[in-house]
Design a protein around this ligand. Sequence first.
Ligand code: ZN
Length: 166
Amino acid sequence: MKILIYPHEILRQEARPVERIDGEFQGLIDRMLEMMYKAKGVGLAANQIGELTQLVVMDITPAEDGPNPIVLINPRITELEGEEVGEEGCLSVPNYVAPVKRALRLHLTGYDRNEKEVRIEAEGLLARCIQHELDHLKGICFVDRLNPVRKVLFRKKWPKIRPREE
Ligand code: ZN
């Protein structure tokens, strides 16, 4: 299992809702957390490892204060508010960061790994991270959200900096 690199076709596909949280699914959650920490990312969506299922893992805590993993299953954003431009990167687009406009605050509902309903009110980095990861579940990568000029620059630059497939 490895992290798929942009523009892998699976990164363009929509994830399906999770219907059953069984032992196998718990194993998937653990593997994703492990991969995210190993890659030093703050978030990972199941699409990024080739699983089209509505699961994201995140941890925005600085390494020295963590770990503080957040697992979200079938997440839905119910409110978006404000606007903020901030730098983003992605484990599927390594060695590249660029500013992206996102909502500043949001409300989210979903389920944790114990099938308990969770409600999150987030802002700042957590809100940005949630929007980025939930985009993945819809088949959207952050580079799709760059402004038109940056998009052109990215398309020129990416073939030169992208990692070679193993
Ligand atoms: Zn990403």
